[in-house]
Design a protein around this ligand. Sequence first.
Ligand SMILES: NC(=O)c1ccc[n+]([C@@H]2O[C@H](COP(=O)([O-])OP(=O)(O)OC[C@H]3O[C@@H](n4cnc5c(N)ncnc54)[C@H](O)[C@@H]3O)[C@@H](O)[C@H]2O)c1
Length: 165
Amino acid sequence: MKVQDKIIVVTGGGNGIGRELVLNLLTRDAKVIAIDISKSALEETVELSGDKKDKLATHIVDITNKAAVEALPNQIISQHGVVDGIINNAGIIQPFVRLKDLDYEAVERVMNVNFYGTLYMTKAFLPHLLTRPEAHITNISSMGGFLPVPGGRPFMGHPRLPSSS
Ligand SMILES: NC(=O)c1ccc[n+]([C@@H]2O[C@H](COP(=O)([O-])OP(=O)(O)OC[C@H]3O[C@@H](n4cnc5c(N)ncnc54)[C@H](O)[C@@H]3O)[C@@H](O)[C@H]2O)c1
């Protein structure tokens, strides 16, 4: 998709990869709606957008809140007209411990953001995206999802991984 003049929603746009996606889309003349749970993080992204500020809108939303996510398409479309794509980027990592040491609270927190947050966003925007002549849904994942290893910490010197020497 050529993103010039398209309207793209990016979750987790307040930091890290999401922020870089927002800033990169702005340099390509897309209009960007950055979603994040953190107001101060979004404010920083707006600050970094410099002279592209007028093409960036922000919404403070916790993507684990289904009702809040379901309200987003109407809020965005009423302000900006359409949505051409969403990038499901917001995500958190689990503590790098073995399953026996991982409590349900941590598992549920990760599932709520990474799985349900992505599902709520996709279900909420899909009916509108299907009416567009061209639309994209992009999900940011992790190599850890394709190649899980014990403890979940493949490239950071996990003490129990066999050494190569
Ligand atoms: N950084 C890496 O090395 C790496 C590796 C593999 C995968 N990823 C994936 O890339 C994505 C971005 O990672 P990152 O390192 O940039 O993360 P980050 O922690 O730097 O940024 C994530 C952003 O998402 C926001 N966020 C968290 N929970 C949220 C929620 N419930 N609702 C709305 N916003 C929420 C945070 O406030 C933050 O601004 C994640 O899905 C992560 O799993 C990152």
